[in-house]
Design a protein around this ligand. Structure first.
Ligand SMILES: [Zn+2]
Length: 213
């Protein structure tokens, strides 16, 4: 059974989680608590954690629109997770492959710097699609909302600017299979306020990543 989930990061304190069309999602959350501790991970319909298992590192292809000057910050964001797991979890490649203009399911893992963004989702700073079969994640696509947000590396210009490293740490957490947290300090909180830096993994984040990697 193939499943997928779209996870977003939003400015608003609303639930920004969205479940995409999937087969029989009905009582997934309820069932999920039965089989295996979630440990901060998304779970399948049987309550098992989904992750990349042994298929690490995950190779993510950068869309041509992803700014070259922001490649280092993407690697820096990945390094937080690498360092915590004690292994290399991500590889990033520039590819000649023609990638779709917007993130979509196509068997390729991608990072999109997207100019195209639906107005109904304009509060979402970023969005990660995750696809799995059984407990095995087999594709993930990250999209950064470059239409409605401006980003900063060190100092924001306006109170609405998004700290890019913090956003990338969060989205890469989703790529690894992590879900939103709300009860413990975590980089996986669903809300990242403008002009705020949240670029340090917490104790909970470090414990979480060790559950699967
Ligand atoms: Zn999120």
């Amino acid at each position: 059974m193939h499943k997928f989930l779209i996870i977003t990061l939003s400015l608003l304190a609303l639930c920004s989680c969205q479940k995409g069309p999937s087969v029989g999602p009905g009582d997934e959350e309820h069932l999920a608590s039965a089989a295996e501790s979630d440990c901060g991970f998304i779970q399948n319909a049987y309550g098992q954690r989904v992750s990349w298992k042994k298929n690490i590192p995950v190779t993510l292809q950068l869309h041509k629109d992803y700014p070259p000057q922001y490649e280092d910050i993407l690697k820096k964001a990945a390094h937080h997770w690498d360092e915590s797991a004690g292994m290399t979890l991500f590889r990033f490649v520039r590819t000649e492959n023609l990638l779709p203009e917007v993130a979509k399911k196509d068997t390729q893992n991608t990072v999109h710097w997207q100019q195209e963004w639906s107005e109904s989702q304009k509060n979402m700073q970023g969005l990660t699609n995750l696809y799995w079969k059984g407990t095995q994640i087999y594709e993930s696509d990250v999209a950064i909302n470059n239409k409605y947000f401006n980003f900063f590396l060190e100092n924001p210009t306006t109170p609405y600017d998004v700290h890019l490293e913090s956003l990338l740490i969060h989205e890469l957490g989703h790529v690894l299979g992590l879900k939103h947290r709300s009860t413990v300090p975590s980089v996986m909180w669903s809300v990242l306020n403008g002009a705020i830096k949240r670029d340090t993994l917490t104790t909970a984040d470090r414990e979480t990543i060790k559950c699967e990697y």
